[in-house]
Design a protein around this ligand. Structure first.
Ligand code: AHR
Length: 508
């Protein structure tokens, strides 16, 4: 058994973990929309074709905000194709994923689905093949109440109430060679600035996200963000980050360390954004929207990304996540939570089937992937005040010799201040960790429960036939010795330890 200590003080905080940190992403890609959230004819589909089995899992997951309609897809998308009478909508060859897009699902269906699921929409505009004018028109269609050509068109389409979308992404991964209509930083920066200007004039209440790099490994990383923010600083609130974590050559230690690189990535983008602010002597702080993140490597290579013959909703990018993946996922999630003073929105890519938290069979069953559970725990218990943790623990060495802490952890005082949750990933695969937890300012605290997820087989996955192979169980109670909580964190585990944080809840 190795030892670790965590010291928390109620008075020392990082910031507020916003509900938008617990977002996800629905793209017209593979079976995310068709056969995922939308499947008229499915036994559970409602009158609009929304699968209710999936809807129930989404509610259980506690996801808050959904980015739509892409992703790479948005950069070739004409939003007009997806509104109005369904039988008149065009079928298109879709160049991001080499599929046929039927347009049976579009903006209004998405908004209706969000309302039913209790989700905030986060829309992306096409700055690949289109530009500022189209972005302005989509905003008019969505947010203007009535009395203009496009708001009246929405009425005609059967949606009289404005959708009132607050959060908008100015394009997607515009730095990437695989993006339809990719641009240089300067080209994109000026286009994003002009689009933002028009959109804001039309609806000053919106919040805008400029595209950052499509990953930290891009050759133009950091310089891209600098140039884009020099152009857009005055007209956007956020810069985006995208990160997908891979396991190469079966190297588990390097894979585990991917989560730490998330923290480094965030710190680097904060430095760049604040550098742009400094040049202007501006007190404004650009916030971070980590609007695509997940583990993704098995289905990432070119061979599995598309299928020949322009199929409709092909089964592509259907990553089956293991217990090991859930550890990296959980550690990355905790890293986002620990940077909540600057990361104000985040979206797991994606929600269903496509690198999804939830899997479905078209026409059949739906189930939870391993990564579902860390997300569910965090969305339920990590909205609130994030405490500034002092953690001491053992380390492990990655392939490049760099050492990383065995434990990744975050502690959150709930919104109502009645409970405190300590989230923990133990990246030591061989030994439990004997964790001593000091809770200063919570002296009346009482242990409530713990939830632990681990598996004998780190390659275990959940499947349609064995949907509960990996899932959390209630863990042992914690004991307090001399005012210090003694926790035993199992090897290779995700766990949550919950404490009462007010005298009333402690008494109850
Ligand atoms: O989430 C899958 C794809 O990954 C998205 O379409 C794109 O933005 C990213 O490269």
């Amino acid at each position: 058994m190795t030892k670790a200590t965590i010291v928390l003080d109620r008075a020392f905080t990082v910031g507020h973990a916003d509900q938008r940190l617990f977002g996800s992403f629905v793209e017209h890609l593979g079976r995310c929309v068709y056969g995922g959230i939308f499947e008229p004819g499915h036994p559970t589909a409602d009158d609009e074709g929304f699968r209710q089995d999936v809807m129930e899992l989404i509610r259980e997951l506690g996801v808050t905000v959904i980015r739509y309609p892409g992703g790479n897809f948005v950069s070739g998308y004409n939003w007009e194709d997806g509104v109005g009478p369904v039988d008149q909508r065009p079928r298109r060859r879709e160049l991001a994923w080499f599929s046929t897009e039927t347009n049976a699902f579009g903006t209004n269906e998405f908004m209706s689905w969000c309302t039913k699921a209790g989700l905030e929409p986060m829309m992306a505009v096409n700055l690949g093949t289109r530009g500022a004018d189209d972005a302005r028109e989509l905003l008019e269609y969505c947010n203007v109440d009535r009395g203009t050509a496009l708001s009246d068109l929405r009425h005609q389409h059967g949606y009289p109430a404005p959708h009132n979308v607050k959060l908008w992404c100015l394009g997607n991964e515009m730095d990437a060679p695989w993006q339809i209509g990719a641009k240089s930083a300067h080209e994109y920066g000026t286009l994003a600035r002009e689009s933002a200007k028009l959109m804001r004039w039309l609806d000053p209440s919106i919040e805008l996200v400029a595209c950052g790099s499509s990953s930290r490994s891009m050759a133009t990383f950091a310089e891209w963000e600098r140039v884009v923010l020099e152009e857009t600083f005055d007209v956007v609130e956020y810069i985006s980050l995208h990160g997908y974590f891979s396991k190469h050559d079966d190297k588990s230690r390097d894979f585990m360390a991917e989560a730490d690189l998330v923290g480094r990535y965030i710190d680097e983008i904060i430095a760049v954004a604040d550098g742009v602010a400094a040049r202007r002597r501006s007190p404004k702080r650009i916030m971070l929207s980590f609007d695509e993140w997940n583990v993704w490597y098995r289905t990432r290579d070119r061979a599995t990304r598309t299928k020949p013959g322009w199929p409709e909703a092909p089964a592509i990018l259907e990553e089956l996540f293991t217990m090991e993946d859930a550890l990296v996922f959980g550690a990355a999630l905790l890293t986002l939570i620990n940077r909540c003073n600057r990361v104000k929105a985040a979206c797991v890519a994606q929600l269903v089937n496509v690198i999804g938290l939830i899997m479905t069979e078209t026409g059949g069953r739906a189930w939870r992937q391993t990564i579902f559970y860390p997300f569910k725990h965090a969305s339920e218990w990590a909205q609130g005040t994030v405490l500034d943790m002092r953690l001491t623990c053992g380390t492990f060495s990655a392939g490049n010799g760099e050492r990383f802490p065995e434990i990744v952890s975050a502690a959150v005082l709930a919104e109502d201040e009645k409970s405190l949750s300590l989230f923990c990933v133990n990246r030591n695969f061989d030994q439990p960790i004997d964790l001593a937890l000091s809770l200063r300012g919570f002296e009346f605290g009482k242990f409530v429960e713990s939830h632990v997820m681990t598996s004998e087989d780190l390659n275990a996955t959940n499947t349609a036939d064995d949907p509960e192979r990996v899932k959390p169980v209630i863990g042992p109670d914690a004991a307090s010795r001399d005012g210090v909580w003694q926790l035993t964190v199992p090897p290779a585990s995700w766990s949550v330890y919950r404490f009462a944080a007010s005298p009333e809840t402690a008494a109850g």
